[in-house]
Design a protein around this ligand. Structure first.
Ligand SMILES: [Mg+2]
Length: 280
């Protein structure tokens, strides 16, 4: 059984900043500070981390357990209206092609699809609801499980094991995200990792993250199905291998970036062109 875990923000959907606005309002009610989320980056971290950081920026100290719970409740209270606002202003969207992939995966008996997200459980569902994608996810790991992203993923796999009444091998877990931190979390947990570039991640950091697959979005499912080991590469390239490059530079480039086959092809062409220019 293969387990495929999806991040939410920037991977399944874009909620048009609804989360940040909800947190801004919650912090303003508690500490009086305006637009606190402008002061730090929310991407790739868990809600637990982001809430603590926001509170510290606004109030100058860490929240107590009670203050943290209050902040969570206020955030969850503000979030539905903020999501609605994003839909109204046409800033809520699904990632290109992601539903096609989810439909395909949910039909397979050898795949289970879950969430691996930094969002609080309630927040995750509030954000997902308008997309109609929620029905594809029977389980998940959430930001309320841990402030460490890799623990969130492990928790998701534990929940899958409970549903399956069987152990899952780390080599059968595939994590899809949009930031280098998603990739690092997957690697920490010993899982496969892939990322979309059309999310909120920093492109340079993503390129160096060593993800096994980095593509724009889900428009073309072919690279995703090859990565997941669900389809054979028609060129006869086995998964986990690549055509031996003809210079150590190309070899090092692949090892460092883990770029996909098209990127490698493009870069090889560019390198050969450069080599031709230098050597004549
Ligand atoms: Mg994300």
């Amino acid at each position: 059984m293969k387990i495929v875990l999806f991040d939410i923000d920037g991977t399944l959907i874009k909620a048009g900043g609804a989360g940040a606005r909800g947190l801004n309002k919650a912090v303003k009610e508690m500490c009086g500070a305006d637009n606190i989320c402008d002061k730090f980056s929310l991407q790739g971290a868990t809600d637990k981390e982001n809430f603590t950081t926001a509170f510290k920026h606004a109030c100058g100290k860490k929240p107590t357990a009670k203050q943290f719970r209050d902040l969570e409740l206020k955030y969850i209270g503000f979030l539905p209206a903020e999501v609605k606002q994003s839909i109204k202003s046409k800033n809520y969207s699904k990632l290109n092609g992601v539903e096609k992939l989810l439909v395909l995966l949910s039909k397979r008996k050898d795949v289970m699809v879950g969430l691996g997200t930094g969002n609080l459980r309630d927040g995750a569902f509030i954000k997902l609801e308008p997309s109609g994608l929620r029905k594809y996810f029977a389980f998940g790991g959430y930001g309320c499980d841990s402030h460490i992203r890799s623990r969130v993923l492990v928790k998701a796999v534990e929940r899958a094991e409970k549903l399956l009444h069987a152990k899952v091998r780390p080599a059968d877990v595939y994590v899809i995200g949009d930031t280098h931190l998603d990739v690092f979390a997957a690697k920490d947990a010993g899982y496969h990792s892939a990322a979309v570039m059309d999310g909120f991640g920093d492109q340079n950091l993503l390129a160096r993250s060593g993800a096994e697959l980095i593509v724009k979005d889900f428009k073309d499912l072919y690279p995703w199905l090859i990565w997941l080991g669900l389809e054979k590469d028609s060129k006869g390239v086995r998964r986990g291998t690549y055509i031996c490059p003809d210079s150590p530079i190309e070899h090092a480039h692949y090892g460092r970036t883990g770029m996909d086959l098209k990127d490698i092809d493009d870069n090889m062409r560019a390198l050969r062109e450069m080599k031709r220019k230098v050597t004549g």
